[in-house]
Design a protein around this ligand. Structure first.
Ligand code: NDP
Length: 266
């Protein structure tokens, strides 16, 4: 019998965690549809991954773009087994009194409206699909953050958006569990990506201080977040839904001053 590869959509797949996730899923035998604002780069990335992968321009905040793109992916690949709602942007990192409402709205829109619109249109496809041996029709992974739990001064929109992503994860998981669609989230700590490098350039974050505050003593590699996402969409996670998996080097576990961790060994 011919093996039919599973198909995953990854949003924001041209860079950072999304690109690492696309590579990780491709290595595990998935066919990946890479969606990004930068459609040319998404298409190039798909070509880099090889046969069976596709790249698409899609702004996840735009209803018409999402509707068209999900329909096109379904037509190109035949079905959609997994969705990774990864697309995201950094916050304006200004004091509250200096923050701009349009920038605030854009952060909420990309993370919350984008996750909602993509989930809504992909779930409509998944719900029509046949259940696998474990009764699963499809799996979604959303991307939270340590900002889903802890407040970061000057990042109102990002903290609100990432807390909201976990709320939506639990709502979707509860609504769709009986119909065979699993919905989970990962909550990364600081990951070395373009987004984090931009914050470091702006002076909004201090890499050395982050390493000191992280029990494992360093930032995550994008591949380490990708592996957790790939697990949650896989058949190995067939009984997991509504969960949030921290991929934060122990950041949220620490309940003491940094000094209690001892020195970072090199
Ligand atoms: P990057 O900036 O490296 O990559 C994000 C990608 O998403 C880019 O290719 C970007 O395109 C794309 N994108 C942005 N807006 C949209 C949109 N409206 N529609 C489609 N694609 C879009 O970010 P990261 O890899 O660091 O972040 C990925 C996710 O992980 C985000 O949700 C982020 O909040 C989360 N996260 C990141 C952490 C970190 O430390 N890096 C920590 C915790 C969570 P373009 O470049 O053209 O804007």
């Amino acid at each position: 019998m011919t093996h039919i590869p599973s198909v995953a959509i990854v949003t924001g797949a041209a860079e950072g965690i999304g690109w690492a996730t696309a590579q990780c899923l491709a290595n595990a035998g998935w066919h990946v549809a890479l969606l990004d604002l930068n459609g040319d780069l998404a298409k190039q990335r798909a070509r880099d991954l090889g046969h069976g992968h596709t790249g698409w321009a899609c702004d996840v905040t735009q209803l018409d773009a999402v509707k068209t793109c999900v329909a096109n992916v379904r037509q190109a690949h035949g079905l959609i087994d997994a969705l990774v709602n990864n697309a995201g942007i950094a916050d304006q990192t200004l004091l509250t009194l200096e923050q701009d409402i349009n920038a605030f709205d854009r952060v909420l829109s990309v993370h919350l409206r984008g996750t909602f619109l993509m989930s809504q249109h992909v779930i409509a496809c998944m719900a029509q699909q046949v259940r696998d041996a474990q009764g699963v029709r499809g799996a979604i992974v959303n991307i939270g953050s340590i900002a889903s739990f802890g407040g970061i001064p000057g990042r109102n929109a990002y903290c609100a958006a990432k807390a909201g992503v976990l709320g939506m994860t639990r709502a979707l998981a509860s609504e769709w569990a009986r119909r065979g669609i699993r919905v989970n989230a990962v909550a990364p700590g600081y990951v070395k990506t373009a987004l984090v490098e931009k914050l470091a350039e702006q002076g909004a974050i201090d890499g050395a201080a982050i390493a000191r505050r992280t029990p494992l003593g360093r930032m995550a590699r994008t591949s380490e977040v990708a592996q957790a996402i790939a697990f949650l969409v896989s058949a190995q996670a067939s009984y997991i839904t509504g969960a949030v998996l921290p991929v934060d080097g122990g950041w949220m576990a620490l309940g003491a001053p940094d000094a209690a961790l001892g020195p970072i060994e090199v």
